[in-house]
Design a protein around this ligand. Sequence first.
Ligand SMILES: [Ca+2]
Ligand SMILES: [Ca+2]
Ligand SMILES: [Ca+2]
Length: 590
Amino acid sequence: MRLCSRTDLFAPAHLAAGGPASRPSRRLPPKRHLLASATFLLATASVPGFAAEWFVSTAGNDSSGNGSLQNPFRTIKRATSNSVSSAGDTVTVRGPAGNATYNECEVRLRHRLVLRAYPGERPRIHCNDMSNDVAVRIDVAGSGSRVSGFEISGGYYGVMLMTNWYQGGPSGNHGARDVVLEDLLVHHTGFDGIKVTPKSDNATIRRVEIHTTGAGYPAGTPDDDKNADGIDNVNGSGMVVEDSYIHDTATTGLYFKGGAADVVIQRNRIENTGDAGILVGFDTSPQFFDLQLNPGYYEAIRGIVRNNVVRNTGYAGIGLYASRDSVVANNTIINAARRGHAALYFGVTFQDWADAAGRPANRTAVLRNNLVIQDGGRCIDIRHSSELGGLSGLVGAPDSNFNGFPSNCTFRDGRPGSNLGNATLAQWRAANGADVNSTAASFSVSSIGHLPAGSPAIDRGVALAQVLDDVDGDARPVNYDIGADEFRGPVVDEPAPPPPPRDRRRRRADVPMPPPDSGNGPGSRVRDIEIPADRGRNPGPGPRPRPPGVGGATVPASAPDVRITPPVMAAWERIQSWIGTGDARDAVQR
Ligand SMILES: [Ca+2]
Ligand SMILES: [Ca+2]
Ligand SMILES: [Ca+2]
């Protein structure tokens, strides 16, 4: 079987779906013995609606401290416990350079909190246990929480949003909703960097760097046996991931699946991924779908992927699996699919080969203004499998146009009746009418995806209501460029790319990527394989109404909700400044 399970062996029981959120911690909660802080507590507790702020410092003390700035606690867990903080409070963690590390696992938000770094400081939460504990866990009762400004390393997952939802359970069950994760550096996690479980709706992940996932695998573990993505969302709807940098992941950079609806992925940079870059849907075990909302077992619904730069991926640059009403627009994909698939890929899903499952083909996916840069290889592939009576990667003709491709890449439609194997762009157009306005040329971009002056991508796209800005957060004028960047004249200050990795685990980034062709170039044998499926180890939520999907038209009348936040470039520069500061990348020399 191509889809061998590679997940459950490593899933601790208490991380399994439905179990963890309501299960009491195996550690005893701190005792209510804060005599020293009685006055402080009374002062805060006696005022209805008063939101307290609690401070934590590596110089603090859980016994004698009272959580004030002057007399802080020593551990974050002390401050987040039910015996200290309550819903609506803020926990502020000191992290001065040289003394910023909290060796804690299972930092758990049991109620709605703001857990943040002290201004100007960068505390680090490091969990040494990558088998049983996560570093930061947000309970269902922690819905509405915000985690901001931390470096997080180790743990089974770096951050996990919990759920008590399960298929067929009470309709009111859900996951940790409306959680904001921002300005985080998550790295060297045992498995996934951030895990979003079913019905953990409306998560916002912004200005986050994630790298070096899968540190929990023994040395020598084959890549195909790993499951350690940057962000793994199983049925968490309404998620927004933006202005983030995900790189050097053991498997896929980011995916949302299991019926996740109304997800927006924008202005991110994703590179050096073991498997795919971004996947809209994938392959989820049937029990994680909400069959009332999604009886057709679609993996992703109304997802939007725009203005991302994706580079150096093992499999698809951007792939779609059992999705419907998706928009993939204005992305730049560079040297994708080194091990198989294509820069833009329509995959098929198996859903455990279960009798009760849907395995629908992708439907009404709009591909516009995407820029593919590579030497040969496959630009678009529509897969077909003869298993289970025949599974197709797409219903109908591909709705793909105004994209930019290298002149020497190929196109395939593996569905019955198609003769497109290693087709040229002209043959692809003639066969299915797609990409008639797309451009074949020798494109290039800078190290961060900017177009050079005179690029054949400039003004060759089409205006889209679903795309109003570019990767820099700049508004797009009338004449759209192809790719993530809208060229706006001579570039004065081209920011340098993030520095190369320092420790051994990140060395991979230093190695020049092989030519994109290796194995999938014209005339070579394409590995027609699927990425091993994630069996939905931990599942997430229900759709939130959102602007109407795009039904194939390039410019729908209604404008979607586009959020223009600080440009990704600024985020990358800030991320760069984190690296090499603080007290050590040191403690994590695994
Ligand atoms: Ca995963
Ligand atoms: Ca333009
Ligand atoms: Ca720009």
